[in-house]
Write a protein that binds this ligand. Structure first.
Ligand code: GTR
Length: 331
């Protein structure tokens, strides 16, 4: 027994010595991902990890962990901030709890459409957002697409805010979303993404809100048969690196990582456009009723207190909100 243990210890020590000997500064990077295999973000993040591993010739070995196995999103953001995780694809919704200016993006109906979101994020304002994130320990290298989020529920189509009355709607972790749903007339319930399916099934929740690809890949569509096109949030996502991990790289490797992230985002946006259509088709075929909302004005009008409250608490962010709203879409 003692001999076996000794042998094992010796072998392990030997293996560690070999590893250290072959690549003195090799870093093993762990990447957080909420989505399952095959999802556009997953495919793109895995490509990023592979490109980083290949192009740094093993100085960085990056591995993606799917399905939020490393923790739920707010937790993972904190872990990237403090260096416990190295990289991730995050939605900028929950990010607002950590980087106040990012909360501007969570103001409902902020953008006129996905094109305007791209114009903002790919321009100088997007750069300002990355600078603010970097000050909080998160290096954002590229933006992923996440379409528009709409309500879905197990009870009925949502035509007007009155239809949300009394419905328990899951929201992501951000006080702005609680206010958003409550002010529209529903009952907001913040909850981790991974718990929503079961909660819809057992009636703990009546509904939630998300884009078509997530509505489909999470299987929420099996339970929630009404999807109403409110498109109240258009939230960008990031390819983010922990500042601790970033600072440990040589400038040359930083460039490799940045380039890999930019290429991953190009790939993700392409896949995203296809997936939105495919997911919509799939849920329709599975019997989901998709309800166009002819007039979104009543929903938008209900959001005045959300804007007023936010701007009262953050008067310094008013010019940024106005700048975003005034951003023109090219072409
Ligand atoms: C998805 C998004 C995830 C997560 C999820 C949620 O659209 O890509 O990062 O935010 O929504 O609702 O929690």
């Amino acid at each position: 027994m003692a001999f076996k243990l000794l042998l094992r210890t010796t072998l392990l020590a030997g293996a560690a010595a070999i590893t250290l000997g072959t690549a003195a500064n090799a870093a093993d990077w762990r990447g957080w991902n909420i989505h399952p295999e095959g999802y556009p973000n997953t495919v793109a993040l895995e490509k990023f990890a592979k490109d980083v591993t290949d192009r740094t010739e093993g100085r960085v070995t990056a591995q993606v962990y799917n399905n939020a196995v490393l923790g739920d999103q707010p937790d993972a953001i904190d872990q990237v901030r403090n260096g416990a995780l190295d990289f991730a694809n995050f939605n900028l919704g929950p990010m607002g709890e950590f980087v106040p200016s990012i909360n501007v993006l969570s103001l409902p109906f902020l953008f006129t459409g996905v094109d305007q979101m791209h114009a903002v994020m790919d321009g100088e304002i997007g750069q300002r957002f990355s600078d603010d994130m970097s000050n909080e320990g998160i290096i954002s290298l590229a933006w992923f697409d996440s379409g528009a989020r709409s309500f879905y529920d197990t009870k009925k189509p949502i035509e007007t805010p009155a239809d949300l009355d009394g419905l328990k709607i899951r929201v992501m972790n951000n006080q702005l979303y609680v206010d958003m749903v409550d002010d529209m007339g529903g009952n907001a319930t913040p909850m981790a993404y991974g718990e929503v399916y079961q909660s819809l099934k057992t009636g703990v929740l009546d509904g939630a809100e998300n884009n078509f690809p997530s509505f489909e890949s999470s299987n929420h569509y099996e339970v929630a048969k009404f999807y109403s096109l409110s498109e109240h949030l258009i939230l960008p996502e990031c390819v983010c690196i922990s500042k601790t991990s970033w600072d440990s790289l040589t400038p040359q490797d930083q460039e490799i990582v940045r380039q890999a992230a930019v290429e991953a985002a190009l790939e993700q946006r392409k896949l995203w456009a296809e997936q939105e259509k495919a997911s919509r088709r799939k849920v329709e075929e599975a019997g989901v009723t998709i309800n166009e909302i002819a007039d979104k004005t009543p929903f938008q009008e209900k959001m005045k207190p959300v804007y007023d409250g936010f701007l009262e608490a953050n008067p310094d962010l008013k010019p940024l909100v106005e700048e975003i709203q005034a951003t023109e879409v090219a072409g």
